[in-house]
Design a protein around this ligand. Structure first.
Ligand code: RIB
Ligand code: CA
Length: 324
């Protein structure tokens, strides 16, 4: 039976691929997509979710916009990484997939309480919506199977020397999630930096011969340009699909249990995830922490999901590479 999931995201190049993996892989049942401010302002992340769903003909999954700013502190965007639109690179037409008028938190609550079995939440963005859901509607906790998030790191950061963007953009929200008492799995930079979209990976998407395959290749080409310019990466790490892959097949993402604390007050360390893999601190285990990725399985699942969706999506007049 497919695992019912909700993705809470900030598309975002890697969020877009995470949505395609979730919609195209039969191991999960994508019940809803909720958006939040993160890589760009929430108006843009919502538009980008509509764009990728239109391109992939994902027309039966409700999209709802959520919080426009973090619980506390300033709002950060990552336009240096994802561009002015939040998903620069491909040219998208006007999306036909619309968003529902509900707030993301209300949509999540409605779906969670109405679904016949507990649902897995997959946040791939600042966790503002999730924290607000758990705080505003504590009764939904019994309807949540687990939270499998992309965020944090067992090592260095990518927004400060020690803080990863999704946690740094709303540390209080991340703290609420890690303290929730729910089963939490953290897929941090230490594992997502093993998910590099190399030229061989891009060639696999191009070889699909579909418009959607071409869009994925263009997304990763743009993402590669910013990761090369900012961090000197030879290939961009596709962070967010790692969290989805963990739900699709836990064997793809090896984890170990640990206590994870979110630093809220450090002058130089706010937003850091302090992951105690060796039990130095006398703190209870509150998370599974992802450590390694089966890269072959990871990319096979993504390419297969995009191929499945690409064959279903209606071709438009976009000047893509000639397909079969
Ligand atoms: O640090 C990587 C995370 O920040 C990813 O989710 C990416 O989409 C950005 O949101
Ligand atoms: Ca993201």
């Amino acid at each position: 039976m497919p695992v019912p999931i909700i993705i809470d995201c900030d598309p975002g190049h890697d969020d877009a691929i995470a949505i395609l993996l979730a919609a195209g892989d039969p191991a999960v049942d994508l019940l809803a997509i909720t958006t939040v401010a993160g890589n760009q302002v929430v108006e843009k992340t919502t538009l980008n979710a509509r764009r990728i769903c239109t391109a992939a003909a994902i027309t039966d999954v409700p999209i709802a916009a959520g919080c426009a700013r973090p619980l506390v502190g300033p709002r950060y965007v990552a336009d240096d990484v994802h561009g002015e639109s939040g998903m620069d690179g491909p040219r998208f037409g006007e999306p036909t997939v619309r968003a529902v008028p509900e707030h993301a938190v209300d949509l999540m609550r409605r779906i969670l309480t109405g679904h016949p079995e507990p649902v897995t939440l997959i946040p791939t963005a600042p966790m503002t919506n999730i924290a607000l859901l758990l705080t505003r509607y504590p009764e939904v906790a019994g309807h949540i199977r687990e939270i499998v998030l992309m965020g944090g790191s067992t090592e260095r950061g990518n927004r400060t020397p020690v803080a990863e963007f999704n946690v740094y953009a709303d540390p209080e929200a991340a703290d609420i999630v890690f303290r929730s008492g729910l089963p939490v799995t953290m897929c941090g930079l230490n594992v997502t930096h093993q998910a590099l979209a190399t030229p061989d990976v891009l060639a696999r998407f191009e070889a699909l011969g579909s418009e959607l395959g071409g869009i994925c290749a263009e997304l990763m080409t743009y993402f590669a340009s910013t990761y090369r310019r900012i961090w000197g990466f030879d290939a961009p790490p596709l962070h967010d699909p790692v969290a989805v892959a963990r739900v699709i097949d836990p064997a793809i993402v090896r984890c170990a249990e640990a206590s994870v604390a979110v630093e809220l007050r450090g002058q130089y360390t706010r937003g850091a995830t302090v992951v105690d893999l060796h039990r130095y601190l006398d703190r209870p285990v509150n998370a599974q922490v992802a450590l390694s990725l089966d890269q072959e399985q990871f990319w096979d699942r993504i390419v297969t999901a995009v191929d499945t969706l690409g064959k279903r999506a209606v071709r438009t007049d976009r000047p893509w590479h000639a397909g079969p």
